[in-house]
Design a binder for this molecule. Structure first.
Ligand SMILES: Nc1ncnc2c1ncn2[C@@H]1O[C@H](COP(=O)(O)OP(=O)(O)OP(=O)(O)O)[C@@H](O)[C@H]1O
Ligand SMILES: [Mg+2]
Length: 345
């Protein structure tokens, strides 16, 4: 059971990259709440801003990227802190990063150096935050290797990443992330590079760790099946914004936003004997440099109206625990005014 007390609050977050070719508004007006002992799944097509959002929480957005607006309030061990106000290279964020909030990077090989044994790399992550003798650190690394299901930890601890299979390497990366017992673990596409059987094992590992370590997880994936397997709640992103949010079972069984509907319909179903063509969402994700007036899904939307181009729909609660950013759905479900009427007010 989730106790529904808040661990992390993101409010109206904007992150942009200022490039010579133009500005990419990678994350726009994102608000999210992450509770204790809870898994939030973030899903969306490539380039929609999932990784940049996780970089913003860790305060590692690379230049020329910048957090331009918003707050990221972390209710960790000390008093609630707005991470956006901290110096990105300062002592305060370094105390939180890796220790209280850990990130598993999208590329497992980027997280591991080929030059050091996995034992040394996990130990380095540990000793950054804890004073331990060499022997204590080795004991702790052996424990964590067994905790993430790496067989024969006393052998594996002295091996290099290239000596491990993809699945074991991903377990080593997870070990490195949880060795300091973070309260929040952000996993950016942690199963994408793995085949489906290994993927299932890694998903079970995340579920087990959530229970045994009593942590919260932000699980990022473009794969709906993976998100539906692991998440309590899901946020669907499109072009930098959250377009739908709600309990995972409800969002997958009754999607509200036309983009979520399209995503679900474009997933092949095993055992579906019909020879019908899979439906695809027409068109492409917008050019990241293009500033669009109104709803950015409008050019691809099967239910869009002319007035959807007037302003950007805000994420609005249309049912208990269900929010959607779509004028048409909002109007259908709540009878409220569309953008035209709003504009007149
Ligand atoms: N370092 C960077 N410099 C310039 N633009 C960037 C940088 N990182 C991300 N972007 C841009 O920000 C937008 C969001 O990128 P992001 O990596 O967050 O997407 P994503 O949802 O994680 O995609 P994927 O599923 O492919 O990992 C994209 O338009 C991307 O080109
Ligand atoms: Mg990414």
């Amino acid at each position: 059971m989730n106790d529904r007390s808040t661990l992390l609050e993101i409010r109206n977050l904007d992150v942009s990259f200022f490039l010579d070719e133009g500005t990419v508004e990678a994350v726009q007006d994102v608000s999210l709440e992450i509770y204790h002992h809870y898994t939030l799944g973030i899903v969306g097509e490539s380039g929609c801003g999932k990784s940049v959002l996780s970089q913003a929480i860790m305060r590692i957005v690379p230049p020329p990227g910048k957090i331009c607006a918003g707050q990221i309030i972390f209710h960790g061990d000390s008093a609630p802190t707005d991470l956006v106000t901290l110096d990105g290279k300062g002592k305060s964020i370094r105390k939180i990063r890796g220790k209280e909030i850990a990130l598993i990077l999208q590329e497992p090989m980027a997280a591991l150096s080929p030059l050091y044994t996995i034992g040394n790399q996990i130990r380095d992550a540990l000793v950054q935050h804890h004073k331990l003798s060499g022997r204590e650190a080795r004991e702790r690394v052996l424990d964590i290797l067994s905790e993430v299901g790496i067989p024969k930890p006393e052998v594996r601890i002295d091996q290099y990443p290239f000596e491990l299979s993809g699945g074991l390497r991903q377990r080593a990366v997870i070990a490195m992330a949880i060795v300091c017992r973070p309260q929040l673990l952000i996993a950016d596409e942690p199963t994408t590079a793995l085949d489906v059987t290994i993927q299932a094992q890694i998903l079970s590992l995340f579920k087990r760790l959530k229970e045994t370590l009593n942590i919260s997880i932000i699980f990022i994936s473009h794969d709906l099946a993976v998100i539906s397997e692991i998440a309590d709640e899901v946020a669907v992103m499109y072009n930098g914004r959250i377009v739908e949010q709600g309990p995972a079972d409800k969002v997958f069984s009754e999607p509200l936003h036309p983009y979520t509907v399209g995503l679900i319909e474009s997933v092949p179903k095993l055992g579906d004997a019909s020879k019908e063509r899979l439906s695809a969402i027409k068109g492409n994700v917008p050019d990241p440099f293009m500033r669009m007036k109104g709803c950015s899904f409008h050019p691809r939307c099967p239910i869009g109206r002319d007035d959807c181009t007037m302003e950007n729909p805000k994420l609005t609660n249309v049912l208990p625990e269900r929010a959607v950013a779509c004028f048409v759905v909002e109007q259908e479900m709540t009878g409220t005014a569309g953008p035209q009427q709003n504009a007149v007010e």
